[in-house]
Structures are given as C-alpha cells and as structure tokens.
Design a binder for this molecule. Structure first.
Ligand code: DWN
Ligand code: ZN
Length: 400
C-alpha cells in the first residue's frame, strides 16, 4: 500500500507488472553478466480520494543515475515543429506584454526556448545538465531554485514543462516553486501523457519508472486547487500517443475556458478511473502480452527474422513485462549513439545503429516508437519496398 503524493490518501493498486529495471539503464555486455541489475516493483494505482493515478513505488533520485538519458526531441521533425509552434503560441499570447520572461522546467535539447530566444524574449531553463544556446539555471526546479531565479530576473509570465511534471513524485515541491516564481497573471503550462489515451489505446508501455503520474483532468483540477491555483485551460495534443496540455493560473485570476468543464464532464461520464474502466484496461494489457508473444513466437518458428525499431523508454516495459529477449528480437536499432553497442535494461537485447537495419532488412520490424509511426514509416520506405512489414501492438497487436 502507498499514500498519494498529492493528498496523502490511500492509493489502491490496479496493476502490477512485476520487478522491472530502470527504463534508461542500458548496460554494457560486461555489466549484464554480473547479475546486479537494479530492479523495482513497477505497479500502478489510483488514489481513493483525489483519483490521481500514480506508481505504487518511486525510484529514489540517487538510484536513477541513468535518468535523463540524452533525449533529442529535435531528432523528430514532428516534435521539433510541435515545440516551435508551442513557443510561437506563447509569443503571440502570454509573452506579448512589456519585457516578458519565460522559463522552462527541463528543456531537453532546447527547441522551445531557442525559438523564444530568437524572438528576443528573456528566457531561462531549469536544467541540471545545461543545454547549448539556452540560458540555464543548473538546478532541479523547486521553491529554493525558483526564489533564486525570481530574485535575479523578476517573476515569470510563463512557466512551461513538456514531459517533465509527470516524472516528479514530489509534485508539491513543483507547485511551491511555481508559487514563488509565477507572475500574478502568469501561467504554469505543462503537457504529459493523458491517462484516458493510455486506457483507450492500451498503451501500457507509457508506464515505467520515469513516469510517476498519469494525469487526468479531474486529478489535475484537484491538484491545482489543493495548491492555491486554478485549472484555467486544457488542450488535447496528438504527440507522444496523446497528451493534454494543462494551463494553471493563480486562483481567481483567469476564467476557466469551456474546455475544462467539457473534459471533466467527459471523464465523469465514462468513469475514467472507476473499477470497471480499470479492470477492462488490465484485461486488455494481459491480452496484448499474449497476442504479441504468440505472434513473435510463431513468426520465429516459421524462420522469419524480426528486428526491434527504436530502443525507447517504453520498450523496457514491453520487453520485460512480455518476456521478449534476444531469442525473439535479436537486436533493436536506434539513432541514439550512446545507446548503440549497449544492451537494453532487463531484457538484454543488443542495440545497434540504424545502418544495421537498412544493411540487411529483416522480414518484420517491431515498432517500439509507435508514437512516431507515421514519420518512421515515411523515412523507411525502403524497408516496405523490400517486402518488410511492421508489427505494432498499439492499440492491439497487428501487422501493417
Ligand atoms: O516521456 C519521455 C519521452 C518524451 O521521451 C521520456 N520519459 C523518455 C522518452 O521516452 P521514449 O524513449 O519512449 O521516447 P520516444 O520519442 O518514443 O523514442 C525515442 C527513442 O527512439 C530514442 O532512443 C531514439 C529512438 N528513435 C529511433 O531510433 N528512430 C526514435 C525515432 C522517432 C526514430 O525514427
Ligand atoms: Zn490523492
């Protein structure tokens, strides 16, 4: 049993994936032999009071030394355009006053803030590791860091975070930091995977150590009020398998848009975090495991060659939960140089550069980056022309 990281009530477990490694803890072949790989219980539950969906166990920050594996959103044209459009949207709305200031919590390779910088607007990233071409405060975001930044720069009109807030179990420290730094009329905007999309697509591979919270409109509405803010707007985003961009303002400063009420009503009507929905979801997860294993085994028995495409964080949950190892998927190709030559966490599947894929196309490619399917399939036309087929497991197991 565990207690909610928002309201302290009891969290009820609804699915247990077993003991998993850290999704970004790739190993050298030597490390894989010594059998000391860190594992934790990957299980998910829902708060009996505020309905926040969250992991049952959190990985201590000092143990997740591999966290923040270099992730380059600009590798994907779709994601680069998404973040540029996000910045342009802020420039046209929230950042059109005198001498505006925008900050970002965790900015990966800085695409959003570079666009803001190029428009001549003051900006700052909270990023422990630092990013080229972007003004950076080298610290995790919390009340102390926020206070320091406000003292030096004044209040922020926009505090933005993409794929970051759901990673931080101590969400109270984030809201305390926002309270320190945000201008009276400013907005705190964050976007993360939407739990309803995970349910609807059975995209259980979004569940791994780095994703601690799985937000819903209802839970974020409660979270905002709990910490003295208000949920002012919500926007559905198509990226990364379906996300929501939440806009929080200080209580009483903005009239919530109709989209907020609509989302809350939609979630209530379908009882999004109720027992019927959750048990259907867990049955679907188990069915996908069976279907995927059956397919990979029968293709292998028929002498077909299968290669994994993209050693994503998500692939850790799929391979480890389903028991997919190098016997079924001999290697995974990935564009990230620091993953190449390594073995995937837990499943120990070798990672190779993309050239290993194109040099000798397999019969089937298991697409772990299904969220980038359109872009990947467009750039891998040669594979299709050579007779190759894609295996997808979202929203169910199928071949295209
Ligand atoms: O939430 C998170 C997202 C935004 O990024 C983080 N917690 C960690 C990471 O998750 P992911 O690894 O599942 O993200 P992606 O964007 O689905 O996949 C990125 C990985 O896939 C990289 O290792 C690069 C690789 N990749 C590739 O080899 N060829 C990706 C694409 C699009 C490709 O064409
Ligand atoms: Zn709660």
């Amino acid at each position: 049993m565990s207690n909610c990281r928002v309201c302290s009530a009891t969290v009820r477990k609804f699915f247990d994936f077993g003991r998993h490694p850290l999704s970004s803890a790739f190993l050298t072949p030597g490390e894989a032999d010594d059998d000391r790989e860190f594992r934790f219980r990957l299980a998910i539950g829902v708060c009996a009071s505020c309905t926040m969906v969250q992991l049952m166990e959190e990985v201590p920050r000092e143990l997740s030394a591999h966290r923040g594996y270099p992730y380059h959103s600009s590798n994907s044209t779709v994601m680069r355009k998404h973040f540029q459009a996000t910045a342009e949207g802020f420039l046209a709305t929230e950042l059109d006053g005198p001498d505006p200031f925008m900050t970002e919590i965790g900015c990966n390779d800085g695409v959003t803030l570079q666009t803001v910088r190029d428009a001549g607007v003051r900006h700052l990233a909270f990023e422990p590791t630092g990013v080229d071409g972007v003004r950076t405060h080298h610290a995790f975001f919390d009340a102390a860091a926020a206070r320091e930044v406000r003292a030096a720069n004044g209040p922020a009109d926009v505090i933005y975070a993409a794929n970051t807030i759901c990673d931080i179990p101590d969400i109270g420290s984030v809201l305390a930091g926002v309270d320190e730094l945000l201008a009276d009329d400013g907005v705190f905007v964050f976007e993360d995977p939407y739990f309803a999309e995970i349910v609807d697509r059975t995209s259980f591979d979004q569940i791994y150590d780095e994703h601690f919270f799985f937000f819903t409109g209802r839970a974020v509405h409660f979270l905002a009020e709990h910490f003295g803010f208000e949920l002012a707007d919500v926007e559905r985003l198509p990226v990364h398998g379906g996300q929501i961009r939440y806009t929080l303002a200080r209580a009483g400063r903005r009239r919530p848009t109709p989209a907020v009420e609509e989302l809350l009503a939609e979630e209530a009507a379908r009882d999004l975090t109720g027992p019927t929905t959750l048990s259907r979801f867990t049955a679907d997860v188990a069915r996908i495991r069976t279907d995927l294993l059956d397919l990979l085994r029968s293709l292998t028995a028929d002498g077909k060659r299968i290669v994994g495409y993209a050693a994503t964080a998500k692939s850790s949950t799929v391979t480890n939960y389903c028991g997919i190892g190098p016997d079924l998927v001999p290697f995974i190709c990935d564009t990230t140089p620091s993953k190449q030559g390594m073995l995937t966490p837990g499943a120990h599947i070798p990672v190779r550069p993309p050239e290993a894929f194109s040099a000798d196309y397999p019969d089937y490619a298991l697409l772990f980056a299904w969220n980038h399917a359109e872009e990947v399939m467009a750039k891998e036309q040669g594979f299709r022309e050579a007779g190759g087929k894609w295996i997808l497991y979202v929203p169910d197991v199928h071949i295209v």
